[in-house]
Design a protein around this ligand. Structure first.
Ligand code: UDP
Length: 423
């Protein structure tokens, strides 16, 4: 077990505040990952400081999550929401504030774990100014993302260069799925160290709720056939494919077929624009009577939605990992997902759910129908899905594997810097 109790480490996630509400614009898997990794590492003996930028003047500078785990919000530009593609110019201020924070505390972090390319740049700049170990999780790769979108942002060239430098020069990059690891090697660089450590899920929070009890709580009829989507409103999430698949379902027209779309949006922001676009497709296809927009699902209701569903659909164009899939699986609900990225790792076709080619509404409709028409098979898939998450995807095991990685890197650095005894 890890010996160096209360070693202080920094998780840096400038654009993904681990302490905010999840499920609306730009707050999703990365925020959950940083928070849960922070909790798990604190439980395993580390003193964890999670750094982010202040994006709202009402936010406290420090949010304490437990005795050894806190979120620290530093100034980096105005205290308001700034989209990721416009944050780069504020990073030098974040670095200055980070250095001031270290000075005030009277210590330097010897290990930082950065998240998303913006924070990787900050980490590499800090590494020029002080001796430290840098571990990084990308959460999204520009090299993958820019292949699939038409309007590439101005910042793209900068991002690609930073992602390459990060992989080639820092101490270790964490890939969250074998698919992401392969993309790094093929599309980013053949140089640098990668360790594959998946994401996790809360197997206590998700699971243990019976479908009938969940439906009773949510006011859903016991015989309804529930197709569930959970996630942000973003075109690349492929919600349109799901809506078109439901329109093509052989169960369409049966009174008990219901599509539930969970996720928040803020007026005037890009997620509200996508929500309105999806709502207009629902209307165009005549699905209003069987579709519910449930809004942002907070943690008090989310486990009930997963448990109430017959099938959870993850129709993303791409996912490096995709937390929603394993949350549904932990809740004993089979998943129909796009045959891409980390979803090929988490969902085992014909065992815990089904995979379908992205954007292929006919294939999604067929996969959803296969599960909806066979409740016995649905339950078998759900049972196997739960077992898979218990074995492979707990936050405890993620924290344990990161602890092993950090401990190894710290020990290597200590032995490299120890004075050599002359022979
Ligand atoms: N989420 C939530 N409430 C919502 C919608 C999403 O809590 O209304 C959470 C969801 O449970 C998951 C995260 O947001 O933990 C989304 O992570 P994922 O990796 O699936 O996608 P990302 O947001 O990283 O693209």
């Amino acid at each position: 077990m890890f010996q160096n109790k209360k070693h202080r480490i920094a998780l840096i996630s400038i654009d993904g505040d681990p302490a905010v509400e999840i499920g609306q614009e730009e707050a999703g898997g990365q925020n959950v990952y940083v928070r849960q990794v922070g909790y798990a590492l604190a439980q395993q003996g580390w003193q964890v400081d999670m750094f982010t930028r202040r994006s709202n003047s009402e936010q406290s500078a420090i949010a304490q999550h437990g005795p050894n785990c806190r979120t620290i919000r530093l100034k980096a530009g105005p205290a308001e929401f700034i989209g990721r593609d416009n944050l780069f110019d504020h990073l030098p201020e974040f670095i200055e504030e980070f250095q001031k924070f270290q000075q005030r505390q009277g210590f330097h972090y010897s290990l930082i774990h950065t998240n998303y390319w913006l924070s990787s740049w900050v980490g590499m700049e800090l590494k020029k100014q002080q001796s430290l170990i840098q571990v990084h999780t990308y959460h999204s790769l520009g090299a993958v993302k820019y292949r699939s979108i038409g309007d590439v942002p101005v910042i793209a060239a900068q991002r690609l260069a930073v992602e390459k430098a990060c992989l080639e020069t820092i101490d270790c990059v964490v890939a969250t799925s074998p698919q992401e690891q392969k993309h790094m090697r093929v599309l980013v660089s053949s140089k640098g160290n990668i360790e594959m450590i998946p994401c996790g899920t809360d197997t206590d929070k998700f699971g243990g709720i019976q479908r009938t009890a969940a439906r009773e709580k949510l006011g859903i009829a016991p015989d309804a056939k529930i197709v569930l989507y959970v996630g942000r409103f973003d075109r690349r999430k492929g919600i349109e494919t799901l809506v078109r698949a439901v329109a093509k379902s052989s169960l369409r027209g049966e009174a008990n077929l219901q599509l539930v779309i969970g996720g928040g949006s803020r007026p005037g922001q890009s997620d509200a624009i996508e929500r309105d676009r999806i709502a207009s497709i629902v209307t165009e296809l005549g699905l209003e009577n069987c579709t519910t927009f449930a809004g942002r699902l907070d943690e008090t209701v989310l486990p009930f939605y997963y448990a109430a569903a017959d099938v959870c659909v993850v129709p993303s164009h791409y996912e490096p990992f995709g937390l929603v899939a394993i949350e549904a699986m932990a809740s004993q609900t089979p998943v129909v997902a796009s045959d891409v990225g980390g979803l090929q790792f988490t969902v085992v076709p014909e065992v815990t759910g089904l995979l379908a080619p992205p954007k292929d509404e006919v294939a999604f409709a067929a996969a959803i129908d296969r599960i909806l028409i066979n409740p016995t098979w649905r339950d078998q898939l759900g049972e196997a899905a739960r077992q898979r998450t218990e074995i492979a995807f707990s936050w405890y095991s993620v924290g344990f594997r990161l602890t092993q990685l950090y401990t190894r890197l710290l020990a290597q650095t200590a032995s490299n810097t120890r004075p050599r005894i002359a022979a």
